[in-house]
Ligand binder design. Structure first.
Ligand SMILES: N[C@@H](CCC(=O)N[C@@H](CS)C(=O)NCC(=O)O)C(=O)O
Length: 197
């Protein structure tokens, strides 16, 4: 299997972290691509041209990151990460929320690097990120004890926010997530997939 990805993308990192947690990282060949540059090898597997995209050994493609994670779990360790999920729909909604949180963060960054920076629109996107983290901080009862796609998703998103928005004191604003992340980031899966330069 080959994973087309950008090493800094939080969506791609969640797949790489999961592969480590499942113990299948050796089976995942990493191919770094720049999705915004011409990339025929990516487009033939994923016509939309986004990363992460997984190319299976038979040449077919699987995307987006949540579907890739579902595929890896279904193939290598059915029911992994579901032990603590008493409400499957809340769990799936949390996964989607985390995906959309990094999308909003990404949008904010793109707006901020425009000439002139689109401050109002960027603030609007960042307000989504803040509301999402505040929601997770107060409603995620099993955060500290859970190892799941959702906790991997939060760790990858939070680390990306720390890296990309260093001027915001994320851990002070969301102290429970900050404390949890300090512990979670020491996992081998997180260490081996570091995004910081
Ligand atoms: N929801 C998708 C998001 C994928 C995504 O937006 N990837 C970005 C990089 S982080 C990308 O490929 N952008 C290139 C483009 O939009 O053409 C997922 O979770 O995989």
């Amino acid at each position: 299997m080959e994973l087309f990805c950008s090493l800094t993308s939080p969506n791609a990192r969640r797949v790489r972290v999961l592969a480590h947690e499942l113990g299948i990282e050796d089976q995942l060949k990493i191919k770094v691509v720049k999705p915004r540059e011409s990339s025929e090898c990516l487009w033939t597997v994923n016509p939309i041209g986004k990363v992460p995209t997984l190319r299976l050994n038979d040449g077919s493609g699987i995307f987006d990151s949540l579907i890739i994670c579902d595929y890896l779990i279904a193939t290598y360790s059915t029911d992994w990460g579901l032990e603590q999920q008493t409400d499957l729909w809340q769990h799936k909604t949390r996964l989607s929320l985390l995906n959309q949180t990094s999308d909003a963060g990404s949008q904010a960054r793109k707006l901020l690097v425009q000439e002139p920076p689109q401050m109002k629109a960027a603030d609007f996107q960042l307000s989504k990120v803040h509301r999402s983290l505040a929601h997770l901080e107060t409603t995620w009862g099993t955060l500290e004890t859970e190892l799941s796609l959702a906790s991997i998703g939060l760790a990858c998103t939070f680390d990306w926010l720390l890296d990309r928005f260093p001027g915001i004191s994320w851990a002070d604003l969301y102290p429970r997530i900050g404390r949890w992340f300090d512990e979670f980031k020491t996992r081998e899966s997180m260490q081996k997939t570091q995004i910081h330069s």
